[in-house]
Design a protein around this ligand. Structure first.
Ligand code: ATR
Length: 275
């Protein structure tokens, strides 16, 4: 096992076997000639995590499933976005003061910005109302979308989000007709991810300017992305979101904007494909 030095960062979660964050952050650390290591901290529970972070003098952490909400009570401060979403995915240790941030919004917007201009008059349709969904809703509202249709297998979860965001309208799970009105369709479910069934929707009848965003990045080409390609629709995979949230975390820790170059993109893609 790696001994933990003072100059350490890492990712906190469980399970972490598949996490690509160490590959990405250690690449950026080396590229910027920083004397840090980024490790995995796979924990059963968060008991005393605040004390551990201070004692080990960790510079910062990413936080992932299942701890993004639970971590909040151990932090001294959280930023506005994390406060609104009640979810933290990045911590910075400022000489013992632990501050939480949410960079998933910034990551989602990076992916969105890689698409051509969105027609904001048309509604967005979001599938899924799990942990990742709220940052997507928040991002779309920040981008100026006024109408968001939300469908989820468990309708109660979608209804809770509707209570919080007036732009949201809850619709029936897999309601086909609504897709024809959409300017953007976002998959926030686990469907399409390795180990899960595919998302059972057809894009044959959607309008030609509808854009498709699948936040799943493992595999990179989900059935939804294949459907988008087949129907000649503009699309974005979950990879830019993954890279974008990591980039923002790195900026928070080091004040340096890391480069997303072809080398690291192909390294990450290879890792995904070889899993
Ligand atoms: P994440 O943090 O990645 O969003 P999550 O909180 O576990 O993960 O949410 C997973 C999402 O995928 C949920 O919207 C879930 O629907 P439910 O709320 O009904 O559980 C959705 N999902 C997972 N498996 C599904 C399946 N087989 N069919 C339909 N939706 C599914």
């Amino acid at each position: 096992m790696k001994t933990i030095k003072y100059n350490t960062l890492g990712i906190l979660g469980k399970p972490l076997r598949q996490s690509l964050s160490p590959t990405l952050h250690n690449y950026w650390i080396n590229q910027n000639k920083l004397e840090y290591d980024y490790c995995k901290f796979e924990l059963e529970c968060l008991d005393n995590i605040d004390k551990s972070i201070r004692k080990l003098r960790l510079k910062g952490l990413n936080v992932t499933i299942p701890f993004k909400k639970e971590i909040i009570k151990y932090l001294d401060e959280i930023d506005k976005t994390a406060q609104k979403l009640q979810a933290v995915n990045t911590i910075k240790n400022n000489d013992g003061i632990l501050k939480g941030y949410n960079t998933d919004v910034s990551g989602f917007i990076s992916g969105l910005n890689s698409l051509n201009k969105l027609n904001k008059e048309k509604p967005a349709v979001i599938l899924g109302a799990g942990g990742a969904c709220e940052s997507v809703i928040y991002s779309l509202i920040r981008k100026g979308l006024k109408h968001i249709f939300l469908m989820n297998r468990t309708v109660e979860k979608a209804k809770l989000l509707k209570k919080k965001y007036k732009e949201v309208t809850v619709i029936k799970w897999l309601e086909k007709d609504i897709l024809q009105l959409a300017g953007l369709i976002v998959n926030c479910t686990s469907l399409g991810m390795v180990g899960y069934p595919s998302l059972p929707i057809s894009l044959k009848k959607v309008s030609k300017d509808t854009k498709i965003y699948d936040i799943v990045y493992n595999p990179l080409e989900t059935r939804l992305i294949r459907e988008a390609k087949k129907n000649k629709l503009e699309y974005v995979t979950g990879l830019p979101m993954f890279l974008g949230q990591a980039k923002k975390s790195f900026e928070i820790w080091f004040g340096i904007t890391p480069k997303i170059n072809n080398y690291i993109i192909s390294k990450i893609k290879k890792k995904i494909e070889n899993k």
